[in-house]
Design a protein around this ligand. Structure first.
Ligand SMILES: [Zn+2]
Length: 55
């Protein structure tokens, strides 16, 4: 089975980022308004996604 590398479809993108306020489906932005590299989100957002699954 081929391995799929995550690109823009980071699972954490389904939640709103508590750090930068990016809405679900939107990439994170840093403090200067620059978009984070595809597939990268703030640690808080990844945590929020995890909490969402367990809560
Ligand atoms: Zn963010």
């Amino acid at each position: 089975m081929p391995r799929r590398e995550p690109t823009i479809h980071n699972p954490a993108l389904v939640v709103t980022c508590p750090r930068c306020g990016s809405v679900p489906g939107a990439l994170c932005y840093d403090t200067r308004g620059s978009r984070l590299p595809e597939g990268r989100v703030h640690r808080d957002r990844a945590a929020a996604h995890r909490d969402r699954k367990t809560a």
